[in-house]
Ligand binder design. Structure first.
Ligand code: GDD
Length: 409
């Protein structure tokens, strides 16, 4: 049997995701109309003999309770949220809950970072992993040499796919092959994490027996129960015939910022073309709006038939889109109202916001730039005929004059 674990982090982790993470834990922010973590859970469902899915994080229990129970019912697979009292690092968090994870006596543990977007080829990875016979297999992808240093860079044997060398976010270029944050492990991973704890304890004891400087350096070190999967486990195990790689040629992105969430929403919408076309708006009868490309519209949203929507648009529950509105590349969250003839392009419009007639809310569409898209926080209001370009507007603000390249606090 197989269990899946999704590391969802906690409120101190999603800070680059503000102002959107002020309202909702980042893992529950909707991409293509579904919570970010939902795409991972659906991917896990395709693993043969899947027993359970665990979400591990340090958000309040109640923030995930509702989602976890509804998704368990919907997909008919047990999904449980396990809460850490404080961050223990990506491997420390996993180790903390080893008793729960090993409950079903699984042969394999699938481990996923929540903030990545890809096609999650998990069944294929699992097969490859069994063939390699190691303790773990990492999903890897080639990226541009300039982008590689934001990730774990690695070197793999081109014939055996063995992981030969691993460096987390190196300052000087190592390789354009990077770690996607998607893993398959055998239960031996827990022994490997335990070994790190042991070594730390030995070192601490040694220090206690020695000097004052040693004590000072120990104070600066990470807490003894904080273990990172990348630096503390993958790096030392590279080149020991324990770890292997599986390269994806499909799409892959990391979601640290609102800009990247807009890009990934589009990637998931285009994936729906193949996996769940019924979720995409068809726009093929006279009573519905004109739809261009991949668009998601929640069944409770009301869209005027003269509006023109798409590509890459997702509209959440109870949104109202007026006559003559044009939407391109945007995420419209719950209860938003967009009045007649307004235009929204490369933007995220927060819950309960309202956009006035003939107004324009727009970004230039550079998903990696800080002000490359426009974001309206919860309950924002843009008055009629106001133009907002490349700006971030914090919650509860009213804009009655036009702004450009501004952060409105
Ligand atoms: N539960 C829990 N507890 N989750 C955690 C903790 C923790 O203490 N620390 C991190 N996470 C979760 C994050 O929410 C995220 O999903 C994942 O673990 C990895 O987060 P980081 O450790 O902050 O690393 P990163 O995202 O900067 O980089 C990692 O992922 C990249 C791929 O997206 C590294 O593994 C890179 O090598 C990799 O390229």
């Amino acid at each position: 049997r197989v269990v899946a674990v999704i590391m969802v982090g906690g409120p101190t982790k999603g800070t680059r995701f503000r102002p959107l993470s002020l309202n909702i834990p980042k893992p529950l922010f909707p991409l293509a109309g579904q919570p970010m973590v939902h795409h991972l859970i659906s991917a896990c469902r395709r693993i043969p003999n899947l027993a359970q899915i665990f979400l591990i994080g340090f958000y309040e229990e109640k923030e995930f309770a509702l989602y976890v129970s509804s998704i368990s019912n919907e997909l008919r697979v047990p999904v449980r949220y396990l809460r850490e009292d404080k961050p223990h690092g990506s491997a420390g968090g996993l180790y903390n809950f080893r008793d729960y994870i090993m409950e079903d006596n699984p042969s394999h543990v699938v481990l996923l970072n929540c903030d990545v977007c890809c096609s999650f080829p998990l069944p294929e990875m699992l097969e490859a992993h069994k063939g390699y016979g190691g303790m773990g297999t990492l999903l890897v992808i080639k990226v541009s040499a300039e982008a590689a240093n934001q990730f774990g860079e690695l070197v793999a044997d081109p014939v055996t796919n063995e992981l030969l060398h691993y460096t987390e976010k190196p300052e000087t270029f190592v390789s354009d092959l990077i770690n996607c944050g998607v893993y398959i492990f055998t239960p031996n991973i827990f022994t490997a994490i335990e070994d790190v704890f042991m070594q730390r304890k030995d070192r601490a004891n040694l220090r206690r027996a020695t000097s004052f400087e040693a004590l000072q350096s120990a104070a600066k070190a990470l807490p003894p129960d904080y273990v990172r999967l990348d630096q503390d486990i993958l790096s030392p195990l590279a080149g020991k015939k324990e770890l292997y790689t599986y390269e994806t040629l499909d799409f892959w992105e990391q979601i640290k910022t609102p800009g990247m969430s807009l890009k990934c929403s589009g990637l998931y919408l285009s994936q729906f073309r193949h996996t769940s076309p019924q979720l995409l708006a068809a726009g093929d009868d006279a009573r519905s709006a004109t739809v261009i490309g991949d668009v998601y519209i929640h069944p409770s949203a009301k869209v005027h038939p003269s509006a023109k929507i798409g590509p890459n648009v997702s509209i959440s529950a109870n949104a109202r889109i007026g006559a003559g509105v044009r939407l391109i590349s945007c995420i419209i969250l719950d209860d938003v109202e967009i009045k007649e003839n307004a235009v929204v392009i490369h933007a995220i419009i927060g819950w309960k916001s309202s956009i006035g007639k003939w107004s324009r809310v727009q970004g230039e569409g550079d998903y990696n730039a800080k002000l490359g898209i426009t974001i309206l926080g919860e309950a924002g209001s843009v008055e009629d005929e106001v133009v907002v370009i490349n700006s971030i507007v914090l919650p509860n603000k009213t804009l009655n004059i036009s702004v450009q390249e501004e952060i409105i606090l």
